[in-house]
Write a protein that binds this ligand. Sequence first.
Ligand code: FAD
Length: 596
Amino acid sequence: MGQYVAPIRDMQFVLHEFLKVEDELKALPDYSEVDADIINQVLEEGGKFTAGVLFPLNHSGDREGCKHDAATHTVTTPKGFKEAYKQYVEGGWAALACDPEYGGQGLPVVLNNSFYEMLNSANQAWTMYPGLSHGAYECLKEHGTDEQKKTYLPKLVSGEWTGTMCLTEPHCGTDLGMLRSKAIPQDDGSWKITGNKIFISAGEHDMSENILHLVLARVPDAPEGSKGISLFLVPKYLPKEDGSVGERNPITCGAIEEKMGIHGNSTCQMNLDGAKGWIIGQPNKGLNAMFVFMNAARLGVGMQSLGLTEVAYQNAVIYAKDRIQMRSLTGPKNPEQPADPIIVHADVRRMLLTGRAYAEGARAFTSYVALQIDRELHHPDEDVRKEAADEVALLTPIVKAFITDNAWIATSEAMQVFGGHGYIAEWGMEQYVRDARINLIYEGTNTIQSLDLLGRKILGDNGAKLRKFGEKIKSFVEENGLDENLSEFITPLGELGDKVTKLTMEIGMKAFQNADEVGAAAVPYLRVVGHLVYSYFFAQMAKIALEKQDSSDTFYKAKLATARFYFARLQPETATLIRQARSGSANLMALDADLF
Ligand SMILES: Cc1cc2nc3c(=O)[nH]c(=O)nc-3n(C[C@H](O)[C@H](O)[C@H](O)COP(=O)(O)OP(=O)(O)OC[C@H]3O[C@@H](n4cnc5c(N)ncnc54)[C@H](O)[C@@H]3O)c2cc1C
C-alpha cells in the first residue's frame, strides 16, 4: 500500500545547512558531544524502523481498528501494533530525547523532532501511543515529586509504561473550567478520584504493561473555573515497591469511539470510580502543570501533520509519474505511449508542489522551534533561555494551527492527484485526509490556537514577543536587501513583515473598543503570521540553495524551485487573509442567533 521513504536528505539540509545544529548544540554543555555522525546515524536508523516496521501497519491498522471488550474493559489494538511497540522499546527509541538520569539517551529535542516526523509519516495512529508518553514524561519531570519521578520516569523513558492526558469531559472540552471530576484526599496522602472522561487517546490498549493517566479534577472547596483545577497521576495498575505492577486501579475504559480517522488509535471513554491517584504539583494549580504536557502535545500535533503531508506528497509524486492521461498542452512528452504521465500537466504540478512546499516549510519551522526548546532547556545563559522560551511560546500555536491547516489542504491535493483512485480506499490516500482532519480539532481547536496567538501571546504582551521575532526578520532583510539575486524572496518577505506590523496595531486598537474584534480576526491573522514565518525560512533556505545551485547535487535546484513556487503561489493568499482579518466583527455578529 504505497510507500514511504524518510526524507533524510532534506532533514540533513535543515539540520546541518540551514540550522547548523552541531554549532548550536556546542553551546549547550549537555549536547556538546552530539556531532553530525550521531545525527545522521539516528536519521538513517529511524528511517529504517519507521518505513520497515510501522508503515506496513498503517493501512491495515486503519481497516481493522481497535476492539473494545465491555466485559473486561480491555482494548485490543490492530494486528502487529503490539509487536511493533516491542521493537520500538527494545530499540531504545522511547528514550531518545530523555534525561540519562532516568535511563534516557540524552539526545536533543531537535533530533527527536525529525524522528517524530518519520513516525507520523509512517503511522500516525500508532505513534499516538508513545507520543503521549513523552508529554507525560515532560510534565512529571517538571512538576513531579522526587518519589514520583523515581517511580514513574524510568518506566516512561524505557517505554514499558505509556501515558495519557485526561482532560475532556462530556460537557467540557475547550472550557476546562467547567470540569467536574472530583478528588478527595485520603489519610495516606493519596487521593480518591471519581469522574468521567471522554475522547482519551490511548486510554486503554494492549501495547504496554501499565498506563499512567494524567487526570484533571477538582479538590474539595476548589474555586470555580480554571483556577480550581488540580492534576493527578492515576496509574492503571498501582506500582509495587519493587517497581512491578500491582493492584488494578478502578480507572477503566467504558467504550471506544467510532470515528473518521486514526482508527488504529483507541479513543476511550474513561470511568474513574474512586481511583487512587497522587497530586502533581499544588492543589488548584493543575492547569499550569498540565500546560507543559499540552504545549508538548501541540507541537506533537504539528509533527503529525507534517508527517502526513510528507507521506501523502511522496505517494502522489509516484502516482503522477506513472499514471498516463491526456497529452501535455505543449505536445507529447511520451510519444511511444498513448498518453503522457499526468506530471506533465501544470495543475498536477501545482498540487504536488503545494504538498512539497508545505512539507519543506513545516520541516524547517518545526526543527527551528525544536532547537529553540533545546536552548530554552539547556543553554547556560539565563537570558538566552528566556528569549528562547518566549519564542517557543509565540510559535507553538502557529506550529499547531498553521501546519495542521496546511496538511488538510496538502493531503486533499495529494488525494486529488489520484483522481477517483484517491477517493477509494485501495490506494490509501483517503486515509491520509481522514487522519489529517482530527489534527485541526484536538489539543485545542485551531480557533483556540488563533485566539491564544493573537489575544494572549501578541496583544497580551503588547506585541513584545512578536517584535523580538520580527527583529530577526528585519535584520535578515536588511543584510540581504541589496542582493539582486535574492530580491524575489526578500521583497515579499519584507513587505509581509510591514503588513503584519500594521495589521497587528490596527486589530489592537479596534480591540480596545470591542473585544469581538480579536475573535473575528484571529483565524486569518494566525495564517498571515504563519506565512510570515514560512517566508522568512524559505528566504533563508533559498539563499543557501542559490549559493549552491551550480553544484552537481540537484537538491539545491529543487529547493530553489520549491521556494519560488511558495512565494508565487502560496504566500499571496495573505492578501485575501489580511482583508478578511481587517473586515472586522460586524459582518459576523450582525445576524441575530435566531435568524441562523
Ligand atoms: C480523536 C480524538 C482524540 C482526542 N484525544 C484527547 C485526549 O487524549 N485527551 C483529552 O483530554 N481530550 C482529547 N480529545 C478532546 C479534544 O481535545 C476536544 O474535542 C477539543 O479540545 C474540543 O473540545 P470539544 O470537542 O468539547 O468542542 P467544544 O469545546 O464544544 O467546541 C466546539 C466548537 O466551538 C468552538 N469554540 C469554543 N469556544 C470558543 C471560543 N471561545 N471562541 C471561538 N470558538 C470557540 C471550538 O473551536 C469548536 O469549533 C480528543 C478528541 C478526539 C475527537
